[in-house]
Design a protein. Structure first.
Lengths: 487, 406
């Protein structure tokens, strides 16, 4: 049996009420008022498609050994590197094996998430490999006061495709591939260029998705009524409804397009919607997951008995529950680098990133790995050649020690207004890790007024430094203080 | 068995420029001014100096690499000049080099000079470390500034001693009010304006919980010392000799931020360096024996915590001693009688020597308006880096009693 063995979700903590956008920008383009329901998810300034994928992937691998991964596929239209395997960065962040694995990026199309899933399923079915992690993520920057600004949100999802402990069995797929250009984004352009909405709705979503589902039903011999949920992205809520009507889908069985809770998350969206459905699935439930982008992929899954006892990941419901209102529209535009604010001369310092040092220390930097002394058991970060315990000082006698999924406790901290930051003050501090070790680390997704000594914190993979001159993004981990009542 | 540095070396001349925003002068000018004052004070000719140590920290923005800037500025006679850099201990390190050189017998007369030209960078605060952090640190370290690094200490201290941050803020404010009051009487200080506790408490936040007036100034300046043996000093006709009683340095080895024992409420290095310095100087009870101190008050919280690591205030009791006026100009141990870093600012390479300059003048009775009554023994302290990883120097100088007693 081949199918989904686990899933993970990530929706950024910050949510921007669409009314906030309307209040700030409707003077410029009043049409946005028509879609002002609910809120959209907004990635923090130190997040990108890759960092969100890492968060979703860690969620997906909760309680699982990441060394079992036979491959890591990453789907997104907004990956940071055009030539440096982004999936490889994800795999390094996961401390996955570097031997006998296949990692690959799926890009340049919003159906890349479902295409990557099909590729993973086919690889596992072939028997050549097992346990492929598929992550899909998008963080699309939009011009202000546009429909895209209203519709699009940020998020990521991950599926573990394998042959053991399958919770949703793969039952077949059907794809339409055609060069329908509802929008496109040229290399080196920051924004999408979109065609008239009416055409996109009627000739795009409204025809291609039904055609693909029809194709699948014909190929499989199944009926639309066989499915517990039919999942297809379409941020035009009216069109989303019309597609259901056209296909004879019971409105309660058309999975919500999540416009009001996070917005359309691009490549990740079909997977995010599928996970939201799987979280409520009963054994025997069948699901159709469709995508949209230069065609449409349709994938069929059936929940197994194992879904009853499946737990671990926070999933999409957990990620959606962990939220904080972003009330300041200007802050959102600054997060997306749409506002030019002055970092000051202090912010000009821009040394390049030593790629040799990064290679030697990739497990430390990307995978936040420390070491544990074989002699005295002291855990330390960063890993250095001699044990820091003054009564031990053993030399190079260490085992690896992973911190990523361990909780931290704040020992000391500050909020620094002098430090150049996109979101001042720069909050950072020294934390003690559960199971030993201390890490001096940036804090993120937090309010200085709520940070306290003794507070628990979780680690999150984030952008550490962005080198616009040379186009390099450096990553490290940051601490997110756990606020009372928050997730 | 090492016998320590006590009374092996005497200071025969010191110089110090006016500290401040010296838009008018470069590092070479500043060094020359400090040097000329020291030469006149020592009453020697430049060519009697046989070796020199030069302290400078941000060479990238100040003078460039090597000891050549000092050798060129002072037109030294092709003698040995060594540049030392050890963060904020750089000035004291230059002094240590010169003192040890004389004590070893390798040279008769040596010079220690420090300079920093911070105000040529175009922005406030210390220069950004940028590529000076090394190839790996910048890839994971927070963009920690000096105030941010030290501010963390306040949260650690507050948590350890269960003293509310507002109470610590008040004690920190008193530290700054006291230093500003002293700075008014210090003609060479950069900031010479008294401030009130209210002004300090209401100053804009720089790095929580440190406000602007919890931070020392940023200045240009130079200071220097000429040292020799007590015997040569006497032969040069010097009567009231100031000798070096102790010179200690302690550096972090990573335990603070990598091991589990550090409480985040004290300086491991200062605690050790001061203890060794007292032993070297033969001081049994520093709270009773030290006449005055010039400590590294880069931030008010640094001075507060340092009072405990110098073993003057008991652990957790520095705020009380501070509020009781123990370290005020009329207290038991005046601290920062010249205004400290708070008022002089912190031209890094010069600061350690500037501190010694004040102790030297106080003991010689030349401190003008701020002269203390009969000081005998003074301590200087520098703390470079951050509380969680730092370089600490402690120096003690005092009256030379022919090698007998303190």
């Amino acid at each position: 049996m081949v199918g989904i063995c686990s899933y993970g979700g990530y929706i950024p903590r910050y949510r921007l009420s669409r009314m906030t956008i309307v209040q700030n920008m409707a003077w410029y383009f009043p049409v946005i008022m028509a879609v002002s329901q609910g809120e959209k998810s907004v990635a923090n300034w130190d997040e990108d498609a890759l960092s969100m994928a890492v968060s979703a992937a860690y969620d997906c691998m909760t309680g699982k050994d990441r060394k079992i991964l036979g491959g890591v596929y990453l789907a997104s239209t907004t990956l940071p590197f055009a030539d440096r395997l982004n999936a490889g960065i994800l795999a390094t962040a996961l401390n996955a094996s570097e031997q006998d694995v296949i990692n690959a990026d799926f890009s340049a199309c919003l159906k890349s998430g479902t295409t990557a899933t099909i590729a993973a399923v086919e690889a596992v079915k072939s028997g050549e490999r097992d346990n492929i992690l598929v992550a899909a993520s998008d963080l699309r920057t939009t011009k202000i006061a546009t429909m895209y600004e209203m519709f699009l949100g940020d998020g990521a999802a991950a599926l573990l495709i394998g042959s053991e402990d399958v919770i949703a069995e793969f039952k077949g797929s059907y794809s339409i591939n055609c060069d329908f250009i509802d929008h496109y984004r040229a290399r080196d352009k920051n924004f999408d260029y979109g065609w008239e909405e009416r055409w996109v709705r009627d000739e795009g979503y409204g025809k291609i998705i039904p055609d693909a589902i029809g194709g699948f039903l014909k190929k499989s011999g199944m009926a639309i009524t066989d499915f517990a949920k039919i999942i297809y992205p379409c941020y035009f809520t009216g069109t989303h409804r019309d597609i259901a009507k056209k296909l004879g889908i019971d409105p309660t069985k058309a999975q919500d397009n999540m416009h009001t809770v996070c917005g359309d998350t691009g490549s990740a969206h079909p997977l995010i919607m599928l996970i939201a459905a799987l979280e409520k699935a009963q054994p025997g439930d069948k699901f159709l997951m469709c995508s949209f982008g230069q065609g449409c992929d349709v994938l069929c899954f059936e929940a197994t008995d194992k879904i009853k006892s499946f737990k671990g990941p926070k999933g999409i419901s957990g990620a959606l529950a962990n939220k904080e209102a972003l009330v300041n529209y200007q802050k959102y535009t600054k997060f997306r680098d749409l506002l030019v604010a002055d970092l000051g001369i202090r912010g000009e310092a821009n040394p390049n990133t030593s790629l040799t040092a990064l290679w030697r220390n990739r497990n430390m930097i990307m995978g936040i790995k420390g070491v544990k002394c074989k002699q005295c058991g002291t855990v330390q970060f960063p890993p250095t050649a001699m044990c820091v315990n003054p009564d031990c000082n053993a030399i190079r006698e260490f085992n690896d020690h992973e911190f990523a999924d361990k909780q931290a406790e704040v020992l000391m901290f500050t909020g620094d207004m002098l430090s150049p930051s996109v979101d001042p003050p720069a909050v950072y501090g020294l934390v003690a890790m559960e199971g030993g070790g201390r890490i001096l680390v940036d804090f993120t997704d937090c309010d200085l007024n709520k940070v306290k000594v003794g507070q628990k914190a979780n680690l999150s993979f984030r952008k550490r430094q962005t080198d616009d001159l040379r186009g390099f993004t450096g990553y490290f981990w940051k601490a997110i203080p756990v606020t009372e009542g928050g997730a | 068995m090492a016998s320590g540095i006590k009374d092996k070396v005497a200071i025969i001349g010191m110089g110090c420029t006016k500290f401040g925003e010296r838009w008018d002068k470069g590092a070479d000018d500043l060094m020359l001014d400090a040097f000329q004052e020291a030469l006149a004070d020592a009453g020697i000719d430049k060519n009697q100096i046989q070796a020199a140590w030069f302290g400078n920290c941000f060479d990238e923005v100040a003078v460039g690499k090597s000891a050549l800037p000092a050798s060129l500025s002072l037109r030294l006679n092709n003698i040995a000049v060594t540049r030392v850099e050890n963060f904020c201990a750089s000035g004291t390190e230059a002094f240590r080099g010169a003192v040890y050189a004389v004590a070893s017998g390798a040279y008769d007369i040596a010079l220690a000079i420090g300079v920093e030209k911070l105000k040529d960078i175009g922005y406030g605060g210390l220069p950004e470390f940028g590529s000076a952090m090394g190839s790996l640190t910048g890839q994971w370290f927070p963009n920690m500034t000096a105030p941010g690094g030290f501010a963390m200490l306040a949260s650690g201290y507050s948590s350890k001693y269960k003293i509310d941050i507002s109470e610590i803020k008040r004690a920190m404010a008193h530290v700054s009010v006291k230093s500003h009051a002293n700075g008014v009487k210090s003609p060479k200080a950069h900031l010479r304006k008294a401030v009130t506790e209210e002004q300090v408490l209401n100053s804009p936040m720089v790095a929580y919980p440190l406000g602007l007036f919890d931070c020392c100034g940023v200045s240009d300046g130079s200071a220097c010392a000429i040292v020799t043996t007590p015997e040569i000093a006497r032969s040069l006709g010097k009567k009231d000799l100031i000798s070096v009683k102790a010179l200690q340095l302690s550096l972090s080895n990573g335990q603070e931020f990598q091991y589990h024992t550090w409480d985040g409420a004290h300086f491991v290095t200062t605690s050790k360096a001061s203890k060794q310095a007292y032993e070297e100087a033969g001081i049994k009870n520093p709270r009773k024996e030290i006449s005055l101190m010039e400590v590294h008050d880069c931030f008010s919280i640094t001075e507060l915590v340092t009072m405990e690591d110098l073993h003057i205030s008991e652990r957790g009791k520095a705020p009380k001693d501070i509020m009781d006026g123990f370290y005020d100009a009329d207290g038991k141990i005046p601290c920062q009688i010249d205004g400290g870093l708070k008022c002089f600012g912190h031209p890094i390479g010069a600061s350690g020597l500037r501190m010694l300059y004040e102790i030297y003048n106080q003991i010689l009775g030349r401190a003008g308006e701020r002269q203390l009554k009969d000081p005998k023994l003074g301590l200087t302290h520098n703390l470079g880096g951050f509380p969680l990883m730092n370089v600490c120097s402690v120096a003690i100088v005092g009256r030379y009693n022919g090698g007998k007693g303190v």
